[in-house]
Design a protein around this ligand. Sequence first.
Ligand code: F6P
Length: 334
Amino acid sequence: MNATVRAVVRSALQNDMSVVGFKRGYNGVLMRSSTQTDDFQMMTARSVSDKIHRGGTFLMTARCLEFKNRDYQEKAVSNLRLLGVEGLVCIGGDGTFHGANALAELGFPVIGIPGTIDNDLDYTEATIGFDTALNTACDCVNRIRETSDSHERASIITVMGRNCGDIAVNTALACGAEVVIIPEKPWTVEELADQVRWGVMKGKRSMIMVFAEGAVHSLKSDVNAICSKYESLSDVSTRHLSSSQIAMMIEALSGHETRATVLGYTQRGGSPTAADRILASRLGAYAVHLLRDDQAGLAVGIRKGELINAPIHEAMHGRQSANEELLNLINELS
Ligand code: F6P
């Protein structure tokens, strides 16, 4: 995010535009805090000094559920016009893009930049933040592998991604994981237990199962039936199934010690990778060039290494399918 804001600001100033940075996303545009300085700030070249390598976002971020409401969208357009803003660059994932599309429908010039670790937007091959989250997840999995290997355990490691399995699939491939479980594919606890048993028979000292957080929704097992057979599973709650509970079920079914780790927000912080900084710089500047050339209602992205743009109403759709080639490769190499 910081690297993207830096690119937008520096490129806009170079192209003789002035820049306002809104804080906390659409909340800042709606001016929801008690003081204006807490909603937005004028940006100079120095506002974005020493930012390209920093994680998080110095402008802060927040969900703004009310922005789904037309009244709030109209209020945003009127605030922007009052401030003399002529174009808005919105950085974020599908929620941000839905908001940006609403502003475009109301006639306000917007450009969307894909900034989400989830990599779940279909029109672009990469979103800003994904590569950093992936590398962080890989680093964590490597460490967990060492513990699992020493204790001869299986590990289930939950990564983020909302309804998209991209972080999980890429982490699994890069870390040589035995199994990946994603929302795009149905799965059962019984299959996982079989794979753990099979791994033990093949002489594996540790097994890594990378679990995408959204995959709780693609579970096809009858959890109640499994739990009724094992005393150790009497506390498992089928309503809020956690990865620890999945680990307990795998352990009960396979007879092999299994532990769970949830990586959580570790994936959303940290200094961005070079690939993310480069992507952020390219997309940020490209967004400004489009606005400068009077083009709007678009989202910028990347395909085969080239900058692309797409109508924002098309860009806001999430990807539905997983990468079969990578999934097959994980199986083949495990
Ligand atoms: O969209 C990014 C993401 O980190 C998802 O991977 C995750 O499901 C979600 O945000 C977490 O949201 P929150 O910030 O509300 O915890």
